[in-house]
Design a protein around this ligand. Structure first.
Ligand code: CP
Ligand code: NVA
Length: 305
């Protein structure tokens, strides 16, 4: 099979990225009329979760259902992965039974091993390095609120240089928007990603400089899944990186605030922002459904037997 994977955003090109966003917007319109086409009857998605999830699980499961197919949720503890079966063996077995595999796991290496050994498309549902599915919904939300001319757009990333930040760097290169990043010393994004894809990135020492003139301000938890043991230390280090009204007031007048969620209110954001008129986080979260549908459609229609 000539299959396409979605291990990170760099598995797709600019045109494909824009096509997926437009398709997501179309699915959203069709859903309002309850007329999503059941294009993928009898198709199955296996979803392996080694980390918790609300949005990713529900969006992909619902997306498959609405497209006429079916999704199988596999928690790590319920599979033989938990008893030592190799990812590569799991990939060979699952890809003989299902049409797509999604995995949320700890390392990008595991995603790559899964993809190398799977004969069907593999989706990265989040790993230590990237969270590409979330960026599809974020970019859809930006198009819906700010239009599709990314070249005029400045995005500010505030907080941890984590998997979301790395995916924003990839998106800034593919869609050609300016990305201003402000993170504490020692919490910088992935060096390889920055060196290779960071041509539109500006690193700012002070959060206020990054937000100054930004059209979109976004952040994420200070301690990602797997970093919880550093929670208390991080609360001290990241204290001045909270997105609050004072910081947000430096953005453009019609700026929007995005957060992939889950949010830790009182830490990386305060209530005045997440519940303010700047915030489009619920629209962003709901767009996970439509961008998941568009991704499934893209991968199944562009992978040929
Ligand atoms: N944003 C996101 O991926 O949410 P979940 O962890 O709930 O899937
Ligand atoms: N950076 C966060 C994103 C959660 C959707 C994490 O990895 O936990």
């Amino acid at each position: 099979m000539n299959k396409r994977d979605f291990k990170s955003l760099i598995d797709i090109n600019t045109q494909e990225f824009k096509r997926i966003i437009q398709q997501a917007i179309e699915y959203k319109e069709l859903d309002k009329k309850h007329s999503i086409p059941r294009t993928y009857v009898n198709r199955t998605l296996a979803m392996i979760f080694k980390k918790n999830s609300t949005r990713t699980r529900v969006s992909f499961e619902t997306a498959m259902y609405k497209l006429g197919g079916h999704a199988i949720f596999l928690s790590e503890s319920s599979t033989q992965l938990n008893r030592g079966e190799d990812i590569s063996d799991t990939a060979r077995v699952l890809s003989g039974m299902v049409d797509l595999i999604m995995m949320r796991t700890n390392t990008h290496e595991e995603i790559k091993t899964l993809a190398e050994n799977s004969s069907v498309p593999v989706i990265n549902g989040l790993c230590n390095l990237f969270h590409p599915c979330q960026l599809l919904a974020d970019m859809q939300t930006i198009v819906e609120t700010k239009g599709d001319d990314f070249s005029k757009l400045t995005v500010a990333w505030i907080g941890d240089g984590n998997n979301m930040c790395n995916s924003y760097i990839n998106a800034s290169k593919l869609l050609n928007f300016r990305l201003k990043i402000s993170v504490p010393n020692g919490y910088e994004p992935d060096k390889y990603t920055l060196d290779k894809f960071g041509e539109n990135v500006e690193l700012c020492e002070i959060p206020g400089s990054a937000v100054d003139g930004a059209d979109v301000v976004t952040t994420d938890v200070w301690a990602s899944m797997g970093d919880e043991h550093e929670n208390e230390e991080r609360k001290k280090v990241f204290k001045s990186f909270q997105v609050n009204m004072n910081l947000m007031s430096k953005a453009t007048k019609n700026a929007i605030f995005l957060h992939c969620l889950p949010a830790h209110r009182g830490e990386e954001i305060d209530d005045t922002i997440i519940d303010s008129s700047y915030s489009v986080v619920w629209q962003q979260a709901h767009n996970r459904l439509y961008s998941s549908m568009a991704l499934i459609d893209f991968l199944l229609s562009s992978s040929k037997n």
